[in-house]
Structures are given as C-alpha cells and as structure tokens.
Design a protein around this ligand. Structure first.
Ligand code: PLZ
Length: 460
C-alpha cells in the first residue's frame, strides 16, 4: 500500500487548476437550484456554512457546480490535510475497492486494519507499547476512549474543560461545552461528566501562567469531583470548535503530571489537531506531553471516514474481548486511504509544510491585526490559525462581524470557517499541500475584507 517516493507534482489532482476564479455570483444559479431542492429532502437541522455545491476539490481549491473556484482555507474542517482527492489516496482506495469493500473486522479481519494500528503506535506521542481500535467518527472515538478509561480504572467520572468540543452523540454532547447549536433541546445528557476551567489566555481576568491555570483546573476537580473518582481528563491540546484556544505554555504538562500522580487517565482529543496540522505530528508533541489515550479522526485518512483511539497497551487491553467494536469500524477503503495519507505526510514532509504555512501566514495576520482594530488576537500553530474578533477597544465578542468576514471572503472566492464559544473567531485550516501563492492571495482577500482597504503586497 505504501507509495514509492512520489514526485512533488503528485500532490494535487493533475487537471484541477490551482486558482481563484469567480464565474457567477456566490452562490451561483446551479447551487441555488440545488439548495432549493435540498430543502425538500435534507433535514433542516443539518446546515451548510456556504451553500455552494461542490463538483471537484483538490490541492488548495474547491470548485462548485457553477464553475467558481474557491481557495480552500477550511479543508472540510481540518480533514483534507493532504488535499481532497489526493492522487496517492485515490490510487490506494481504487486498488482496495477492487479487492473488497467490507467484510467487518469483527467477522473476518484483514491486514490493512492491523497496518493502520501499527502505524498509529509509531506516530502517536510516546514510545511505550500501544494498542488501537478503529471507528468511524471523532465522536465515536471519544465515546470509546471514555468506555476504555472507565473499564481500565474502575472509576466513573469524566472531566472536560470549558470551551471543549468532543462531538454530537449523547455522551459527547455532555462533554461539549456550547449549548447552541450543539445541545439545546437534546437532553437529558449522560451523567458523570464534569466541566472545569481550562486556559484561555486572552480571556483570563488576571493573566495566569500555564502552571497556574492547571492548578485552578486540578483544584476544581479535587473539590468538586474528587480525583479518586475520575477515570479520565479529556483535553483538546488546542481547542478547536471552542475557538482555536491555545493554552498557556506549561498548562498541558502540568495537567499530565497531576493525572499521573492521581491515577487519572489523560485523554488527548487530537481529532482536529492531529496528523501534521499544527506543524508537529500531534499537538501534544509541541510540549512533549504523552497522553495515556489519544482520540484521532479528521485528517487521518485523506477525507475518508476513519477514527481511532490509540493508547497504552495495558489500558486498552483492560477491556474484555468483544467489549469494543462496530460494523464499519476500520473500513478497508478508509484504512487504505489512511496508509496512503501517512505515506504522503512522511514523503512530502507535511509537518514541515504546516510550519511553512505558519511562516507565510502569521506575519501577514499579525500585520493585519495592527491595522484592523476588531482583531483582538492572532493565535494558533502551524496550519491551525485564528483571529478572534471583538468590538474595537473592548473584549466584547463580535459574532456579527465574524459572520460578515466569512461571508464576504466567500463572495470573493475564499472559503474561511468560523468557530468559538462566542462565535467570534475566524479560523484558517488550509490543506497542507496548498501552494503558497494561493495562500497569499487568500490572505490578501481576508485583509481587504477585514480592513476595507485593498491590499496589494505580501510582506513575506
Ligand atoms: N473532537 C476536537 O473537533 C469535530 C465538528 C463539526 P466527528 N469537530 C467538527 C460539527 O459541527 O459537527 C470534533 C473535534 C474534536 C471531536 C470531534 C467530533 O468529530 O467526526 O465530527 O464526530
């Protein structure tokens, strides 16, 4: 399944021009017609950020049914890090689909599942012995991490942080912080989930070091839950949906130390941050943190649905045979895609590519922040970057301005996403294979939209 050393030209679908091009208004007539049709068939609860209907996507662009070509700064929410329809992924999946599409690993297993688990043991933080289970979505990975942690520790409680996002299933809704749109009206929620403060440097009433913020977190757990009741502390090393919140340095290591002392399992939810996105293979690697369990999804398989829990062998193997599973978990097409994705990350140095994206974008965003008074902070790592928007001169979140920025960028052919507990964060998650000229062009558009002034130069 591993590709030989692929040429650099193999990064994008060959016949898909890497350019921004607007042929119609956004959305165009074909997208508008599809959107009308959709309303009569698709549940209203599923919404779309930008109702342009996609015909093709790859490299750094998404092309819609009206022929508009958008610069993609979203990667389908941090999924297509190797690009959509990455040639190596297409080849691997095409070969696999000819062999077999499904047998169910719980019925008659296959080598690709084992290969993915071997690779995850090698790639994830720490050189201890590890085991993995493959599932279908980030939420399912988090669910399984909690099952495993409870079974291994014999303890009931799960602790999560303010601003956390862990999914939309019943248990993971309880673990997710934000009520609207994720939880409102969907209760009652799973029990034994406790929320405590984390580290959100911009919004601390008093500046706190990472160690001080961690002391607040662990003191709250000790007081309100009791450390000996806690199976797992589940933490996103950089919070995703909650606002691309990078904790103060030292926060994660201090939590890891406390967990070790208390026999609490540290679960790193690397669903959004994983697989080279932040300029390291995993965000925990930036601070040398070695979690007991890691949840993985999104960027793992070049766009195919796959997720995993990887963790210490003794903890993972505490679960009785038959205790974990699912019909589709570790689907062979998704496994083939994952193996091709891992090979692409290594062969094309995509962790380095994420750092190079940061090197291009960060100075531009910092310069922009000096000129755009609504930008309170620029933050993030690698190709996971964000601007938090406020009413100028205050820290009051400005969700309306954030929505305007995303809408106007789209109208100018640049796809950016928003996030944040307060809906006031513009986030940038380009595919790691995006060409730098295309990235610079997208940043020019973002600059114009935020400042109202046409930007011409790229100070890089
Ligand atoms: N953990 C850290 O970021 C998914 C959610 C989009 P699934 N984030 C995008 C939406 O509105 O549904 C996510 C995450 C972290 C878990 C998940 C859940 O992953 O694959 O969406 O279930």
């Amino acid at each position: 399944m591993t590709e030989g050393s692929a040429p650099l030209t193999d990064l994008h679908p060959r016949d898909l021009p890497q350019r921004r091009l607007l042929r119609t208004a956004v959305p165009g007539p074909r997208s508008t017609a599809l959107h009308d049709r959709r309303r009569t068939a698709v549940a209203a609860g599923v919404s779309s950020t930008l109702p342009v209907y996609v015909e093709r996507a790859g490299g750094g662009v998404v092309v819609d049914v009206d022929g508009n070509s958008f610069i993609d700064l979203g990667s389908g929410i941090a999924v297509t890090s190797v690009g959509s329809a990455a040639p190596a992924v297409v080849r691997a999946v095409s070969a696999q689909v000819e062999d077999f599409t499904h047998t169910c690993f719980m019925i008659t297993p296959y080598e690709e599942y084992v290969q993915v688990c071997e690779a995850l043991a090698r790639l994830t933080p720490g050189d201890h012995e590890k085991r993995s289970i493959l599932v279908n979505s980030g939420a399912e990975a988090v669910e399984n991490a909690v099952k495993i942690a409870r079974r291994a520790t014999g303890r009931p409680a799960v602790v999560v942080l303010d601003h956390a996002y862990h999914g939309r299933t019943n248990l993971t809704m309880a673990m997710t912080a934000k009520a609207m749109p994720y939880k409102t009206g969907f209760g009652p929620f799973a029990g034994e989930v406790y929320r405590v403060p984390g580290s959100y440097p911009l919004r601390e009433p008093v500046p706190l070091s990472g160690a001080e913020a961690a002391a607040r977190t662990t003191a709250t757990i000790e007081k309100q839950v009791g450390a000996d009741q806690v199976a797992a502390l589940v933490v996103e090393p950089i919070q995703g949906e909650g606002g691309f919140v990078v904790p103060a340095p030292g926060f994660l290591p201090a939590l890891a130390d406390w967990c070790t002392r208390q026999g609490v399992l540290l679960v790193a939810d690397e669903v959004q941050t994983g697989f080279a996105r932040t300029g390291a293979m995993f965000a925990c690697d930036h601070e040398g943190v070695v979690p007991d369990l890691v949840t993985l999804a999104k960027g793992i398989a070049g766009g195919l649905p796959l997720a995993a829990v990887t963790g210490r062998a003794a903890i993972m193997d505490a679960v009785h045979p038959g205790g974990l599973g699912g019909t589709f978990g570790g689907n062979p097409l998704a496994c083939a895609a994952a193996l091709a994705t891992f090979a692409m990350i290594a062969e094309h140095d995509l962790t380095g590519a994420a750092r190079r994206i940061e090197a291009v974008a960060m100075p531009r965003l910092r310069d922009l922040a000096r000129r755009a008074p609504q930008v309170a902070e620029v933050r993030g790592r690698g190709a996971m970057l964000a601007l938090e928007l406020v009413r100028p001169g205050t820290l009051e979140p400005d969700a309306a301005e954030t929505a305007r920025v995303a809408r106007e960028c789209a109208q100018q052919g640049v796809l950016v996403l928003t996030c944040g507990t307060y809906g006031n964060v513009v986030r940038l998650l380009p595919p790691l294979v995006i060409e730098h000229d295309l990235l610079r062009e997208a940043l020019d558009v973002l600059d114009t939209v935020l400042t109202g002034v046409a930007s011409t130069s790229s100070p890089t």
